[in-house]
Design a protein around this ligand. Structure first.
Ligand SMILES: [Zn+2]
Length: 332
């Protein structure tokens, strides 16, 4: 049953932080869990997933909404002496009604991801411009470490070059998509790199990292999306209604629970891989779209493509390889 091969294959592409798919061309085992994937190591740099807590305050001030497309990676200096974990705590715990968030903090030892890549942050100071809406924010920590502690900053910056190179590769972006905060709103940030007049040097280091063999061999991540089968099932109340079988192996009886789960994981696009003929899916599509999730009708047997929603069909196929390649991001 080739749906099943698609199911297993997708696990690697569905890592919940959004695109932790280094080497994702290899099908992930079905038992892979998010917990086991919350750390990856790129060129010796551990990248750890420590998302800000999902609570009402954080949703309002730190997780403002979906990032529909990643167009660039933006470099900041924290202008603090703190570590990456400490910076994560500071964002997570602040309650001063300031809209401040970024995707990664990086120090001498690790990079910490605090926002899903499917969410934009408030880091660029350009309102609803391309900086906030379409750029991944990297805070280089320890930028107030001088003298005896200067090595902490130097190491943090070296690690940031690895992280930035990886993110550019993952999103199929070139070195010119590397931005500084200053490019968005004129703020003197990253202050340490600017005061030392080393932006071009830093950019060259990122470009060199992109060319190193381990980085060059990485498979770009699939876009952040999920595939789902919609079926019918007899629910607890005895009525027959839709249920949602996601490619991460979870199933949901209630549509609102599934939408909540997608949002929690920053997934902003789902491909509907199968339909049940006796179920009218139009109201379901509308609810997903109202929740800000783009529904695409990716995959269907040619003979069963419904006529009523042709505009949603992005690919009609009866071959499983084509489907897997599409989901792996190899075909547009
Ligand atoms: Zn900044």
């Amino acid at each position: 049953m080739y749906f099943r091969s698609g199911l297993v294959y997708l696990l690697g592409a569905l890592t919940l932080a959004g695109g932790y798919t280094a080497g994702a061309a290899v099908p992930a085992p079905a038992t892979t869990t998010a917990a086991a994937q919350d750390e990856i190591v790129i060129n010796g740099l551990p990248i750890r997933l420590r998302l800000v807590e999902d609570n009402q305050y954080n949703r309002r001030y730190k997780l403002p909404g979906p990032m529909t497309e990643v167009k660039s990676v933006t470099i900041h200096n924290t202008a603090e002496p703190f570590s990456a974990k400490q910076e994560r705590e500071r964002v997570n715990n602040r309650r001063d009604n300031a809209s401040v968030s970024f995707h990664f903090a990086v120090d001498e030892a690790e990079a910490v991801q605090i926002l899903p890549l499917g969410q934009h942050g408030w880091h660029a100071g350009d309102g609803n411009g391309n900086g906030n809406m379409h750029s991944i924010g990297i805070e280089i920590c320890r930028s107030q470490c001088y003298g005896r502690d200067e090595h902490l900053y130097r190491s943090a910056e070296a690690n940031a070059a690895v992280l930035a190179a990886w993110l550019l590769k993952e999103h199929r972006l070139g070195i010119d998509a590397l931005k500084k905060h200053q490019d968005w709103n004129g703020k003197y940030c990253p202050h340490r790199i600017l005061e030392e007049k080393r932006w071009q040097e830093f950019k060259a280091r990122v470009a060199a990292q992109m060319k190193n063999p381990q980085m060059a061999s990485l498979e770009p991540a699939a876009p952040l999306r999920e595939a789902v089968c919609i079926g019918t099932r007899k629910h607890a109340d005895g009525k027959t209604g839709p249920y949602f079988q996601s490619f991460s192996g979870k199933s949901f009886d209630m549509q609102r629970d599934y939408i909540a789960d997608l949002k929690r994981h920053g997934i902003k696009e789902i491909d509907v891989s199968d339909w049940v003929k006796d179920l009218d899916c139009r109201p379901i599509l509308k609810d997903f779209r109202d929740a800000g999730i783009n529904v695409r009708f990716l995959y269907v047997w040619k003979s069963s493509a419904p006529d009523w929603d042709r505009e949603d069909i992005v690919r009609t196929t009866n071959g499983s390889n084509e489907f897997r390649d599409y989901m792996a991001g190899k075909k547009k």
